[in-house]
Design a protein around this ligand. Sequence first.
Ligand SMILES: [Zn+2]
Length: 274
Amino acid sequence: MTTADVDRADYVLVGHSHFDHIAGVETIASNTGARVIASNESVRVLRDAGVDSQQLMPSQGGERHELAPGITVRVIPSLHSCIWEGGSWDPNEVVIGHYGLSEHEKQEVRDRSGGRSNRRGSEIGNQASKPDAMTVQQMEEHQASTIGSNVDGGVLAYLFETPYGSIFWQDTSGCWTRLLSDLRPDFAIVAMAGRANIDGDPIQGSLAQYVARVTDLLRPSRLTLGHHDNWMPPLTRDLTSEDALSAVRSEISKVSPSSELVQLPYLSGFTVFE
Ligand SMILES: [Zn+2]
């Protein structure tokens, strides 16, 4: 299934402007006439890709859009994971350091890692890969051929409010903690990839602890993970295994034991509220 197969949509919400989050939005918007809620930079990328300005709803955080009678979405300013440093693909691995750096110092970290956004990425790329796996060059060609921005363009998270309950969604592992603590959604979609960003600094801890931290702030009845699949092989890894999930469950049980982690099926429906 591709975005070209989507024949009906009222709204598309964009978390940020990187290619793996925005590519395909132009196809859905053009084929369905859907309106698009996105940051100013994401709106610029989509306008350049030919999306009608009338469909674009530039947002910065703080807006509340009505999607349908009784259903609204609040736009919440958010943060990207620390791509200048990367992180670990092991959700249990505690990573510390790189705290309180200036932008200049972050650039030095980036230069030392050879420009790869993930410190494990170059190692994985050098491993003998399966014959059918993409090479790093093929992946980079794919990236260059899709729309997107080389900056995150301002990260947005969303809170959907419906008569049946509310849903929080973020698409990269970062947050402003003070903006999450009063939201109290019923269901949360928490991103799990890279070195998580807490209030502008890399988390001093593991990816699983990041998910637990967000869960502790939000206290949802149920949550699921996002961005944890093998979305850009050979640079990324699959974090959907039962091992990865049990690492997350273990951390969640320490801070918010009543929050249940559920796994969503891939490319099929899931009923959030009965
Ligand atoms: Zn990104």
